[in-house]
Design a binder for this molecule. Sequence first.
Ligand SMILES: Nc1ncnc2c1ncn2[C@@H]1O[C@H](COP(=O)(O)OP(=O)(O)O)[C@@H](O)[C@H]1O
Ligand SMILES: N[C@@H](CC(=O)OP(=O)(O)O)C(=O)O
Length: 555
Amino acid sequence: MASAFQLCGVKGDVYVTPRRSFDCETRIGFAKFVPAGLYCAGGVVSSEKVRSLLSVTCKAMTTTRSDVVEKKNNVIVENGENFGEIEKSSSYTCVMKFGGSSVASAERMREVAALILSFPQERPIIVLSAMGKTTNKLLTAGEKAVSCGATNVSIIEELDFIKDLHLRTVDELRVDRTVVSKHLEELEQLLKGIAMIKELTQRTKDYLVSFGECMSTRVFAAYLNKIGVKARQYDAFDMGFITTDDFTNADILNATYPAVAKRLHSDWVSNPAIPIVTGFLGKAQKSCAVTTLGRGGSDLTATTIGKALGLPEIQVWKDVDGVLTCDPNICSQATPVPYLTFDEAAELAYFGAQVLHPQSMRPAREGDIPVRVKNSYNPKAPGTLITKGRDMSKAVLTSIVLKRNVTMLDIVSTRMLGQYGFLAKVFSTFEDFGISVDVVATSEVSISLTLDPSKLWIREIIQQELDHVVEELEKIAVVNLLKNRSIISLIGNVQMSSLILEKAFRVLRKLGITVQMISQGASKVNISLVVNDSEAEQCVRALHSVFFESELSEL
Ligand SMILES: Nc1ncnc2c1ncn2[C@@H]1O[C@H](COP(=O)(O)OP(=O)(O)O)[C@@H](O)[C@H]1O
Ligand SMILES: N[C@@H](CC(=O)OP(=O)(O)O)C(=O)O
């Protein structure tokens, strides 16, 4: 049965008093991570939930109203009812993912270790990406190997860079070089193999880039063990991450959840150690080869583990103060967004905000596990908390996202088919060619749509596929293919769509921009506008000023 509480906390403390009000399960976690100062939140949570969360998250509990909830010798009593012993959770309390920039050097790894240890009440699972730009360097090395000849592999600049980075890091951390030396040798052998067969398949690409995460996690685990913190390295492809065989963009299969939970639980029970897991990687269900989850896929690794273990919180540590109102590389004035819903975050990620992997919100939403986006360079910043719901009554616009280099198709029916037949034929054509569609706007006899560029990254195939699609559609329609377009997504409260559109179009009219397509999805959190690539950044900056930079909001 649900009981009513108000929770106020400083780090490590939770005060519980009676109150009605909103869902606060996630705010308990918030109190936990505010490094200094007071935070208050009210909420309705079940007694059971409070008990389990407190047991996990709080070092100490202090009561402000001892008649309601108190802690006596580790026993929670609520309104006189005894809920029994507060049990420390037997295994993990959260998952913490650190991206490439967070573990880019020995110094950064030391800082991340210190950061993890600054939460002594946590028993985290750590997910790491490859160090810095290692993934890009590996891909470039692979492409160079295709044409450089087997005898020239050792002089590929990127291979040198990767060797130097990892050897320098282990030396600086004073861990044994053997931690990475075998992988570095194998990497060179692999590049020689690619050079000999003069081909870099999608499957080989995945195996190639896996060296990045395999090495960063080994280095970090060795460092933790060296400083006396027991850690255990895991390759995701050997610990239960089962995926489709879609190399370079594999989907995680449901069998992953029980397999990962079982492995992590049983290892903890038999020999507790902090797990250090490779992000981004999996094992293909059919071929058993190493797969990757798409660029930025370590976020998805983290949320998958969070769901598998039903953890109270998933943390993704980045190099920015959370999800921002816009890409800071486009708008230097972008500011952190304190709260987001899973839907908003998913839409934002899908429509191109690099900060989160497009699929990463799915496991968190399914498991209803709060995701906190934090800055490993600035841990005191509150970051962004992503949950199922938030107070939208005052929300207008949350964030502006830009997706560049999009291909758009205008398809006008020649009326050879009826309306239903026309729409069905158009979409079945895309299905037949395995091309996914992003934004759609339709009228009775015409459709405008954009194609998802992430699915179209092998250039030669794109053109060929597009030619076939157009050829097929021209049997029933006049087709106009428009390249170099951008989607500007306005993520926010679509209940306010009239206000958002009024403001947005005022700005765009002032700039003399023609919007070529507009779409408001059923998700109710996103309005998408399509403009020319060449005008897009200027539009985004102007929209950002009008919505987020108050002194210019009268534009
Ligand atoms: N809306 C946004 N909010 C925050 N960061 C964004 C946004 N859009 C783009 N970015 C970029 O995403 C980067 C963080 O994502 P990413 O590089 O994948 O992090 P990591 O490698 O640490 O996981 C930031 O440095 C920033 O440049
Ligand atoms: N290393 C992989 C996976 C990843 O998630 O990286 P990051 O967390 O640095 O975005 C990539 O670069 O895509």
